[in-house]
Design a protein around this ligand. Structure first.
Ligand code: AMP
Length: 282
């Protein structure tokens, strides 16, 4: 596995791979890797002969300086996981390399980002779109792999690709969970023992809510029950619970025929912000 630290190095690497007729897959991450990330690498490996993972804790997508400071960074351990997973190159740029000048461009994804993560983390998706655009330009992948754990992020990135005519395909991979249901996340490392013990409640509440959606319980009621269930665990504070159209992400007041529903939950647990979602197919 080749380690690349400069934008020019990444560009040259993929240019050569493309000229050799290779299919290039890109897996953008912020590191502190777990099985959820490695699944993206494996999916890329199955479809591409060049698999480039990037590790970059992107400052412009953090609206909370403390969250950025405390974000886990374990580059050596990450590299040791990526090589055996089939990654052919790892891009680990510095902040100065990615942002050699202050970025003034801001993205606005309209209704897609007025809800959920976009509404609660102002500027987050503009930062995501900035860094993802840079990575797409530098790595010129045929395919880029993202996790459905960040459901809204996938929708935003697909919109970005469509609006800016990036010549690549976005592949969305399912959420990988711990045995007790907790969605894997780099931030889980920051949970202390009591918080970790309480954490599976998030997915349990989502599963209960999904069953209610299937039974036709109205969205407002599903939302209220979920919020009340989380509130029963004193370590948790709910940030939002959304019952939304899985494509448009807009909140639902009722269920239309043929419309998939996404249930998205964000909560704080012992100083750590966790998100999760479940999709109920129509
Ligand atoms: P992150 O390092 O958290 O920015 O995540 C990098 C990529 O991995 C994103 O596309 C995430 O959606 C994806 N990802 C993170 N956690 C999981 C998970 N538990 N299952 C599947 N994909 C994940």
């Amino acid at each position: 596995m080749q380690i690349l630290t400069t934008a020019a190095g990444l560009h040259a690497y993929t240019e050569q791979a493309r000229q050799a007729g290779h299919r290039v897959g890109l897996v953008p991450t912020m590191g502190a890797l777990h099985a959820g990330h490695l699944q993206l690498v494996q999916a890329a490996r199955a479809e591409c002969n060049e698999v480039i993972a990037s590790i970059f804790v992107n400052p412009t997508q953090f609206n909370n300086a403390e969250d950025f400071r405390l974000y886990p960074r374990v580059p050596e351990a990450d590299a040791a996981l990526l090589a055996p997973a089939g990654c052919t190159a790892l891009f680990v740029p510095s902040v100065a390399e990615m942002y050699s000048q202050t970025t003034v461009l801001r993205f606005d994804f309209g209704a897609l980002e007025r809800v959920m993560e976009g509404a609660h983390r102002p500027g987050h998706f503009s930062g995501v779109a900035t860094v993802v655009s840079k990575l797409f330009h530098l790595a010129c992948p045929h395919r880029a792999y993202f996790g459905q754990k960040d459901w809204q992020q996938v929708a935003i990135v697909k919109q970005l690709v469509a609006d800016l005519s990036f010549d690549l395909e976005i592949v969305a991979c399912p959420t990988i969970r711990e045995a007790d249901g907790l969605a894997m996340s780099s931030r889980n490392r920051r949970l202390d023992a009591p918080a970790r013990a309480a954490a599976p409640l998030l997915y349990q509440v989502l599963q209960t809510a999904a069953a209610q959606v299937r039974r036709g319980v109205p969205p407002a009621q599903v939302q209220a029950i979920a919020e009340a269930s989380i509130a029963q665990e004193p370590l948790f504070t709910v940030e939002y619970m959304a019952v939304a159209d899985a494509q448009t992400l807009q909140p639902l007041t009722d269920y239309g025929a043929g419309r998939a529903v996404v249930l998205c939950l964000a909560a704080h647990l012992g100083g750590v912000r966790l998100i999760d979602n479940v999709v109920v197919e129509a």
